[in-house]
Design a protein around this ligand. Structure first.
Ligand code: F6P
Length: 337
């Protein structure tokens, strides 16, 4: 079968649908090339000595206070280096860096801001399970030439592109430009991403949920009630049995939901009052929320639509509930009542 490559898909979006300007197309191509490079590094694993913690004593800590893996650092560097010189960006921000990364003065600057989690689910690296890269693209505010943190603080509904890659048995890139969600599989022989799923739609109902159940005692009452009712199955108030999956890698859990439906939950908990949730709004929750909505699902904090949250800081954390529409409506109903 003659399938479109990512390049061909983007050219069609640019000329036939006017859905992607040339510089945004370049940006996506550059990010996809970086993703190929990260995929190659992830695939080498122990052969290239890439497993384990970063830092000489194995104890490097990132801005979030989390232990950095070698591959976190490598993936971050690959994305920074690939995106510095193309003239498509005004600045970048990453989970691994405290503040925005400016484009060096020797390179041209563009109109977009790129945010990323270079290696999501990195606790899975050493156990050889799926990890991924998540990214979000915003417009740089008019007249701003040296963007600072406040220029990035735009709600998720203003994204112009969102995507993620899963480094699993195959490497898959999932993308939205606001005209549906499409998946591209990396053809390792050709070195190209090839369109393998067009206009992905998530079933509105589901009997499968994803949550880290070990946190139950820290959750708020509406979340405890919701999960207890799912666990009660046929005999409980929901009147049906539910299955559970938790890969502990958001990219892989969300890809499953895009494939067969489901609900993914990382709710607020009271383990650490300074953290109203685990996942980061700007480069985890927002891009995933837009992708899920574009595929016909829903995404909420429990109290408001995720894409409407007004950010207050680059590394802000939020509660996340997303997936099949009717199930997300039940859990947010419990939070609002
Ligand atoms: O930091 C993000 C992340 O790794 C997600 O990819 C994943 O869903 C979650 O954290 C896993 O959390 P936990 O370690 O509580 O299972």
């Amino acid at each position: 079968m003659n399938r479109a490559t990512l390049t061909r898909f983007l050219i069609d979006e640019q000329y036939d649908h006017h859905a992607v300007p040339a510089d945004l197309r370049l940006l996506i191509e550059v990010v996809s090339r970086a993703i190929k490079a990260i995929s190659i590094n992830v695939g080498k694993g122990a052969l290239a000595g890439l497993l384990g913690d970063a830092g000489p004593g194995g104890a490097s800590i990132n801005v979030q206070g989390e232990a950095q893996k070698k591959l976190d650092v490598i993936a971050n560097e690959i994305l920074l280096e690939a995106n510095e010189w193309g003239g498509h960006l005004a600045a970048m921000a990453s989970e691994e860096m405290e503040g925005p990364h400016a484009i060096p003065h020797r390179y041209p600057k563009g109109e977009y801001l790129l945010l990323f989690d270079p290696l999501d689910g990195s606790s899975n690296i050493d156990v050889n399970a799926s990890v991924g890269t998540i990214f979000s693209v915003l417009r740089c505010p008019d007249g701003v030439t040296d963007p600072s943190e406040k220029d990035f603080l735009q709600p998720g509904r203003d994204q112009v592109c969102a995507g993620f890659a899963v480094y699993g048995p195959s490497t898959v890139l999932v993308l939205t430009l606001g005209r549906g969600v499409h998946a591209f599989t990396l053809d390792r022989e050709l070195g190209s991403f090839v369109l393998t799923r067009e206009n992905i739609r998530i079933p509105v109902d589901t009997q499968e949920f994803a949550i880290n159940l070990s946190n139950r005692r820290f959750w708020e009452a509406p979340m405890q009630r919701y999960i207890d009712e799912l666990l009660a199955g046929k005999a409980g108030p929901r009147g049906k049995d539910f299955n559970m999956r938790w890969i502990a890698s958001m990219v892989a859990d969300v890809f499953r939901i895009l494939t067969r439906g489901g609900i993914f939950l990382y709710p607020r908990d009271n383990k650490d009052p300074s953290k109203p949730g685990r996942l980061r709004l700007m480069y985890e929750a927002n891009p995933m929320a837009w992708i899920i909505e574009q595929a016909g699902g829903a995404a909420t904090t429990g109290r408001e639509r995720l894409l409407d949250v007004i950010p207050t800081s680059l590394h802000q954390r939020v509660p996340v509930m997303l997936g099949s529409k009717n199930e997300v409506a039940v859990v947010s109903g419990y939070h609002q009542s």
